[in-house]
Design a protein around this ligand. Structure first.
Ligand SMILES: C[S@@+](CC[C@H](N)C(=O)[O-])C[C@H]1O[C@@H](n2cnc3c(N)ncnc32)[C@H](O)[C@@H]1O
Length: 305
């Protein structure tokens, strides 16, 4: 049987996350539930885990888990709605938040349009309720919009040329499949697996508004987590990591006055203490056993007010 998803940095992230075995923890990205199960295994009967995921397959796994363990609740929602937990779901305590970003192995290997390795309809929506899929991005964005996606999210130096090639192709006939797209990318940017994955990942980030969701979800987590509680984020893309690093740094700083100011007048109060000065990365053994772990970075901060 193939594994749905091998959890990354499992011990390291959960060692940091749990500060009270009777607490309430939020797993913002349930996936196959690897991290959630590890949290549950360390909690007392009074402890609780609430998990989010937008993927239907995650929901099926989570439904079985919540039937088997009364301490677990699943919300089939985007984690940008974390801020509704207090008022809409009446959750009173928040001892820790975990974000394990991106997609699961199952999604890459099985769901529509995520991989250039299979010939499928261009989709890439994690949440099938989203209106615009990769098909809409590739077939309706103008040249600037497409080039932005490839340059900003894919760091592709030939972003503009690629955008123009896509527009020229789709003017003749719509680009409907992963293979059609992969062929254009290979012609303009090169055929290496790294290049193709990078461009496909850039489109996926745009389709799912992944960076916007992270900024919103992380902001809400920092607001909600109680004093002494922790926020842990595992990221796989440099732009995700930058959002986490900058948010933690801002929340840990005591002054945001301009550098030329002689005295501090901003009155800023630090809300976080950063627990990982440098991000924690998987060891060689983990990367050897799970190649999807190779780009992972874990950052953790603790609420201090
Ligand atoms: C890397 S996997 C998580 C794996 C999980 N930690 C495990 O051990 O199985 C990321 C999961 O987050 C979900 N996801 C990504 N962005 C999301 C968002 N904004 N809201 C909710 N779920 C999201 C994906 O559908 C995917 O299942």
């Amino acid at each position: 049987m193939t594994v749905y998803h091998e959890p990354v940095l499992l011990k390291e992230s959960i060692d940091f996350l749990i500060t009270d075995s009777k607490g309430t923890y939020i797993d913002a990205t349930f996936g196959g539930g690897g991290h959630t199960r590890e949290i549950l295994s360390r909690l007392a009967p009074e402890g609780r885990v609430i998990a989010f995921d937008v993927d239907d397959n995650s929901r099926r796994i989570a439904d079985d888990l919540s039937a088997a363990d009364g301490r677990f609740t699943f919300l089939p929602k985007n984690f940008y709605s974390i801020s509704s937990l207090r008022d809409e779901y009446h959750v009173a305590r928040f001892n820790g938040f975990l974000f394990d970003l991106g997609v699961s192995s199952y999604q890459i290997d099985n769901e529509e349009g995520f991989s250039y390795r299979r010939d499928e309809r261009l989709d890439m929506r994690l949440d099938k309720g989203l209106e615009a899929s990769a098909f809409e991005v590739v077939n309706t964005y103008d040249a600037d919009g497409l080039a932005d996606v490839f340059f900003k999210y894919g760091e592709e130096p030939r972003a503009r040329v690629l955008a123009r090639a896509i527009i020229k192709t789709r003017d003749q006939k719509k680009i409907e499949t992963t293979s059609q797209l992969a062929e254009i990318v290979a012609r303009i940017c090169g055929r290496s697996a790294k290049t193709l994955s990078r461009i496909f990942q850039a489109i996926r980030i745009e389709v799912n508004k992944e960076l916007e969701a992270l900024a919103d979800g992380l902001g809400a987590a920092v607001d909600l987590v109680e004093k002494g509680g922790r926020v842990a984020v595992i990221s796989y893309h440099s732009l995700e990591d930058r959002i986490v690093k900058e948010k933690f740094r801002y929340e840990a700083s005591t002054c945001v006055c301009p550098p030329e100011a002689i005295i501090c007048t901003c009155g800023k109060v630090a809300r976080l203490k950063i627990l990982t000065r440098k991000p924690i990365v998987p060891g060689e053994a983990e990367v050897d056993g799970n190649r999807r772990a190779r780009s992972a970075k874990l950052r953790v901060a603790e609420k201090i007010v």
